[in-house]
Design a protein around this ligand. Structure first.
Ligand SMILES: C=C(O[C@@H]1C=C(C(=O)O)C=C[C@H]1O)C(=O)O
Length: 241
């Protein structure tokens, strides 16, 4: 049997899922690569992999996109790893440097600035550019909150804006995946989430960052009706950018 090729995010937010896949029989049926989110998206879009835990903002670019799992990377309010870090308050930001790793959070920053804060901002992806503020996501944000004068958690700001939770990344396939595989895949993800304690024990300690709170509370992994509604709303806002 051909193995299903899968790309997943290489951050701490995905460790429980990886634990589940690696401790299930399904590991023998898949080819798993761990990538930064923008590369996950590129691989699912190009067909280099069949399925990926990919930034939801890139879903419209995936041919035959379909969400195959009951689990995702989400939050309900603050997530504690998706930020605008700024030298000035939001209503004084004129330039914002985007995060090359990100697809969802870069778009979330644009959506919030335009439709929530109603602030006109120039965006740059130039790594060496000077800017009033930056988007930063994932493990590189751990313990960094005190380094900036103004800190905006975009999960929290999205909730303030819409009253909804958020979905950052989803398990998206670019082709039909069998029910049998989906069931086994979901069971493995569920197993991983149930073993977050073991995952935590294996993670290196992170100064100024509460990993337990992050894995058990800030991150929320269920694809709920409200989170799906938020996804549709977010994609609609992106179309209007
Ligand atoms: C919560 C997070 O969600 C993520 C944010 C993504 C993005 O901005 O494109 C993509 C995948 C997730 O890893 C995070 O990375 O901190």
């Amino acid at each position: 049997m051909n193995k299903i090729k899968i790309s997943a995010v290489a951050y701490t937010n995905t460790k429980a899922f990886i634990y589940g896949l690696e401790h299930s029989e399904i590991i023998n049926k898949i080819d798993l690569s761990l990538d930064i989110p923008s590369d996950c998206a590129a691989k699912v879009i190009s067909g280099e992999v069949d399925l990926g835990l990919m930034p939801v903002a890139a879903i419209p670019l995936v041919p035959n996109a379909n969400i195959v799992a009951d689990y995702c990377i989400g939050s309900d309010g603050a997530v504690n790893s998706v930020f605008i870090f700024s030298d000035v308050p939001i209503d004084e930001i004129k330039t914002l440097k985007l995060d090359a790793h990100s697809r969802t959070s870069n778009n979330l920053a644009k959506v919030l600035l335009k439709f929530y804060w109603k602030q006109e901002v120039d965006f740059t992806t130039e790594p060496l550019a000077k800017a009033d503020a930056i988007v930063l996501i994932g493990d590189r944000t751990f313990g960094k909150k005190d380094d900036y004068a103004f800190v905006y958690d975009m999960g929290e700001e999205w909730k303030n804006f819409t009253g909804l939770p958020f979905m950052y990344a989803a398990w998206v396939a670019n082709k039909e995946i069998s029910h049998e595989f989906k069931d086994e895949f979901n069971a493995a993800l569920k197993f991983g989430l149930a073993h977050r304690k073991e995952v935590l024990q294996d993670l290196p300690k992170s100064p100024n960052f509460d990993l337990e709170d992050y894995l058990y509370h800030k991150l929320q992994f269920d694809v709920t009706a409200d989170r799906t509604k938020a996804l549709q709303l977010f994609l609609e806002y992106i179309r209007q950018l």
